[in-house]
Design a protein. Structure first.
Length: 89
């Protein structure tokens, strides 16, 4: 993390519009400190949504690996049969 990516909470209070503009322009988060300790992160919405999507994908992969280890899986033929049954084809 670069020193320019860390700002005190007083900066956020007095320069909020500039802060929002900077994170949207740089697409780089800024850590907000209070009494010298990190307390919050300000980031642009698109980056936040990308991180959330990545976390969801990682969770799905983890759940799939766990199910595979437990033997809870279907072959392609079994899945096709189940889908036809559910879709009424």
């Amino acid at each position: 993390m670069r020193a320019s990516d860390v700002k005190p909470i007083t900066y956020m209070k007095t320069h909020s519009a500039e802060l929002v503009e900077a994170v949207n322009k740089k697409r780089s988060p800024i850590v907000i400190t209070q009494n010298g300790a990190p307390r919050a992160v300000v980031m642009d919405v698109e980056s936040y949504e990308q991180i959330q999507d990545a976390l969801i994908l990682l969770k799905l992969i983890s759940q799939s690996e766990e199910a595979l280890q437990k033997g809870q899986w279907l072959s392609q033929a079994q899945m096709e049969k189940e889908l036809r049954k559910r879709l009424g084809d």
